[in-house]
Design a protein around this ligand. Structure first.
Ligand SMILES: Cc1ncc(COP(=O)(O)O)c(C=O)c1O
Length: 395
């Protein structure tokens, strides 16, 4: 039988990291040694106290449906954490808990956008933003993030992209895939644009705890912004809990019923035992969070230093998250060719910059959430590939 899909399915994109992972695993099954720098997840185990809280929850009856918007105690803990860490004033009623942070972008974009609307998203940026905007039939308008601006955005250029159809602006700081962080002055100017043009801002702050210089600033802190900002955050990156699937959003109150309704229609609720583990993550000891950050800091220096010593490659020091985004244009290869050859011939799984948008051409993303030994191995292999390619460039 030939299945007829709805038109909207042809507009839905994907996240290449999962495809590269499948390809890398297939090469491993053939006996190849692969260094995995493709998927954006901490290589650490979830802290033991958090695992224990999840086990205890399952054993003590947290096995039934719960409220669609999330467990009351967890919502309170999330509001407390966000308010104290980002100097904000959310109530637990403004928190919606979901299976990972991804559903927050899915629900928000689905609820706000339709044909005729426009939404501005970072390019290169997390691919699901674009995918979801396209899915709704709205126009996805990229704001390029450029290396010469430290992968921050050009605020004048942003303003030139806003028109009367623009409804949503997505900002992501610290950013995937560039590791860029928007500074206070940039955020303030972006906030002024959002207020002036009455935009809703989705602030994806999932890497907020992974900043290596200075402090995270939420765009919601600027005047007039709390009422128009949705903060997306979660447990995946901060607490090494990617597989648990636990995230959340903080919304202007009037958006909450729509978000909860989308949750009822899609997942009913987030796993209640997982939410108990999340409660322990937020309210228990936080020393593992800083251990993770310090380990990432060391690895960041290792990989960026290593990449910059390679002929044909250069890499700016990422300020946050756990990705290096080296420039490979001098090799003469496209991002895709570079990433494919690096995996197939040299056994390093990375991601072509173009998987994050057209402005990612000339770059590849390497996640440094891996051991120092593996990172060194990856650097040596990138160096071997680059020197082979550069030798050809010169002949
Ligand atoms: C920028 C960004 N936002 C959101 C997410 C979603 O994470 P999760 O659904 O695991 O919470 C990711 C994951 O890679 C990400 O990189």
């Amino acid at each position: 039988m030939a299945v007829r899909f709805a038109d909207r399915m042809s507009r839905l994109g994907t996240e290449t990291a999962f495809e590269v992972l499948v390809k890398a695993r297939a090469l491993e099954a053939q006996g190849k040694d692969i260094v995995h720098l493709e998927v954006g997840e901490p290589d650490f185990e979830t802290p033991e106290n958090v695992i224990q809280a999840g086990v205890d929850a399952l054993q003590s009856g947290w096995t039934h449906y719960g409220p669609a918007g999330g467990d009351a105690e967890l919502r309170q803990a999330i509001a407390t954490y966000i308010n104290s860490s980002r100097n904000l004033d959310y109530s637990p009623d403004q928190v919606v808990v979901t299976p990972g942070g991804k559903p927050i972008m899915f629900y928000l974009i689905l609820a706000l956008l339709q044909q005729g609307d426009e939404a501005i998203y970072p390019d290169p940026g997390f691919p699901i933003y674009r995918s979801m905007i396209d899915f709704t039939g709205a126009k996805a308008v990229p704001i390029p993030l450029r290396e010469e601006n430290g992968f921050g955005l050009d605020v004048d250029e942003l303003e030139s992209l806003v028109n009367e159809r623009t409804r949503l602006l997505i900002v992501n700081s610290p950013a995937n895939p560039t590791g860029g962080v928007l500074d206070r002055a940039q955020l303030e100017r972006i906030a002024l644009i959002a207020v002036e043009h009455d935009l809703i801002v989705m602030a994806d702050e999932i890497y907020a705890e992974l900043i290596y210089d200075g402090e995270h600033t939420s765009i919601a802190t600027f005047p007039g912004m709390a009422e128009r900002t949705v903060i997306l955050d979660g447990f995946s990156k901060t607490y090494a809990m990617t597989g648990w699937r636990l995230g959340y959003g903080l919304f202007p109150l009037e958006l909450v019923p729509a978000m909860t309704r989308l949750a009822v229609n899609s997942v009913s609720c987030t796993s209640v035992a997982v939410q108990r583990a999340g409660l322990e993550a937020l309210t228990g000891p936080q020393d593992r969070v800083s251990d993770f950050r310090e380990a990432f800091r060391t690895r960041r220096e290792l990989i960026v230093g290593g990449l910059n010593a390679i002929d044909g490659v250069s890499c700016v020091m990422p300020k946050g998250a756990f990705y290096a985004f080296p420039n490979i244009t001098r090799t003469g290869l496209s991002s895709r060719e570079f990433a494919d050859r690096l995996l197939e011939e040299y056994g390093v799984a990375g991601i072509a910059g173009t998987s994050f948008g057209d402005a990612g051409e000339g770059y590849i993303r390497l996640s440094y959430a891996n051991s120092e030994a593996n990172l060194q191995k990856a650097i040596d292999r990138v160096a071997a590939m680059s020197s082979a390619v550069m030798a050809q460039v010169r002949t």
